[in-house]
Design a protein around this ligand. Structure first.
Ligand SMILES: [Zn+2]
Length: 134
């Protein structure tokens, strides 16, 4: 799956977003690898909650699914989001998600976002250069 396909998968995941409180719909598609070197795409959507602090972001959902199935090396993640049916430019992972992704990020992990109307490839290092680490 190339990065454009990964992005389109993220766009499709917006359909499942649970957004009754504010209609900002986000989808994510994460390419991850397990200990055997097998690669798989995990998907996610944002899941809102009436207690807003319990909201879960799309890329966080996808990442938790990957880790829970033994895929702990994150190679790339695509994120697509916007209000209602709109898809906005540069919907970046929030700070919590950047930290979460950094825990499992492979060297040079890619982040695919919409820029100038097309999927564009960034690295996690570019958007989160100094993660917290114990
Ligand atoms: Zn987030």
């Amino acid at each position: 799956m190339d990065f454009t396909e990964l992005y389109e998968t993220a766009v499709g995941m917006r359909f499942f977003a649970y957004t009754p409180y504010y209609d900002f719909r986000v989808g994510a598609a994460l390419l991850a690898e397990n200990e055997s070197g097998e690669k798989r795409v995990f998907t996610g959507c944002n899941v809102q909650n009436s207690a807003f602090g319990a909201n879960i972001c799309a890329e966080h959902t996808a990442g938790a699914k990957a880790v829970s199935e033994g895929y702990r090396v994150f190679r790339a993640v695509a994120v697509a989001g916007g209000m209602g049916d709109e898809i906005s430019e540069m919907v970046l992972p929030c700070g919590v998600c950047r930290q979460f992704l950094s825990e499992f990020a492979a060297e040079g992990m890619k982040v695919i976002l919409l820029k100038d109307g097309s999927p564009a490839v960034f690295t996690l290092d570019e958007i989160f250069p100094r993660p917290f680490a114990l």
